[in-house]
Design a protein around this ligand. Structure first.
Ligand code: GLN
Length: 283
């Protein structure tokens, strides 16, 4: 037996020695998962006794985090996004805080309305599930080329009570031609192929290539998304895209060529242009 506060101290020291900046919160999340108690409860109750089995599981996770740099979300199989819990596994990208700023802006824009929504490359489903959580009368379609990812998205929609309002389709965007939408959202793979090797170890070793690799200039999928959106958005419909660092100028050009008018640009916490909301205008 060992007390929870001592385990947290020991665990975070190991992570710190292995130069993991988020060593304290990582350790708390790992112990929370192993003990089946919320992080808040653990912190309020520092003298909880942990069993031998719990200690063994915990040590194992600490070692995987420290030595292999495995992301915490994959170790505990979940990630919080938009104040909801999402299941994750190696087949889906871990939802990022940057993506929450896209959700925030879209929710604000559509508040009180009920857009019919398409999420292209839904992954864990974090974007469309968060949007439907806020826009209670909306419905949508979520597509992904990965059937394994789609399974996770379906699970997440059930946990977060939006399953009945989402139709899930296992397809690429190129082969998808159904319906007309008021809103299309996408956080497509946008890393240029030659830059994949420069990503953090945790990302490049564990997150799915399919969700990251945007081809030679990183814009392959973005181009397809914009091109198809022009066909399946209603006139005056909105396209909300997440893009990579330094891609704004090129994406802006592609949008213009496809009759989109930029409405809002959103900067991320590091002040890069991270999201573009643009409206389709045929006339
Ligand atoms: N839509 C998901 C997300 O924003 C997955 C994105 C992706 O796999 N490129 O996290």
């Amino acid at each position: 037996m060992m007390k929870s506060n001592l385990l947290i101290k020991k665990g975070s020291n190991i992570l710190k020695k292995n130069r993991i900046k988020s060593h304290i919160i990582d350790t708390e999340l790992l112990l929370s998962s192993v003990s089946g108690r919320s992080r808040e409860k653990l912190l309020l109750n520092s003298n909880l006794e942990m069993s031998q089995t719990q200690i063994r599981f915990f040590n194992n996770l600490i070692i995987r985090r420290a030595l292999k740099k495995e992301p915490v979300a994959y170790l505990i199989k979940k990630k919080e996004f938009w104040s909801m819990n999402f299941n994750v596994c190696k087949d889906v990208l871990i939802p990022r805080p940057e993506t929450e700023i896209l959700v925030e802006k879209v929710v604000k824009y559509f508040k009180g309305r009920k857009p019919f929504i398409l999420d292209i490359g839904t992954g864990s489903g974090c974007i469309i599930i968060s949007l439907l959580q806020e826009l209670k009368n909306s419905k949508g379609v979520a597509i992904d080329i990965s059937s394994k990812a789609l399974k996770i998205a379906i699970k997440n929609s059930r946990i977060n009570n939006t399953f009945k309002r989402i139709k899930f389709v296992n397809t690429s965007i190129t082969n998808f031609n159904r319906y007309k939408f008021d809103l299309i959202v996408s956080n497509p793979p946008y890393i240029a192929r030659h830059q994949l090797k420069n990503l953090d170890v945790g990302i490049k070793k564990f997150e799915p290539k399919l969700a990251l690799d945007g081809g030679n200039d990183g814009l392959d999928v973005l181009r397809k998304v914009i091109y198809k959106s022009r066909k399946i958005l209603k006139n005056n419909g909105m396209l909300a895209l997440e893009i990579g660092n330094g891609q704004y100028k090129k994406v802006s050009q592609i949008l213009k060529l496809n009759k989109f008018k930029e409405k809002f640009l959103i900067h991320d916490y590091k002040d890069n242009i991270r999201c573009i909301l643009s409206a389709l205008n045929h006339y």
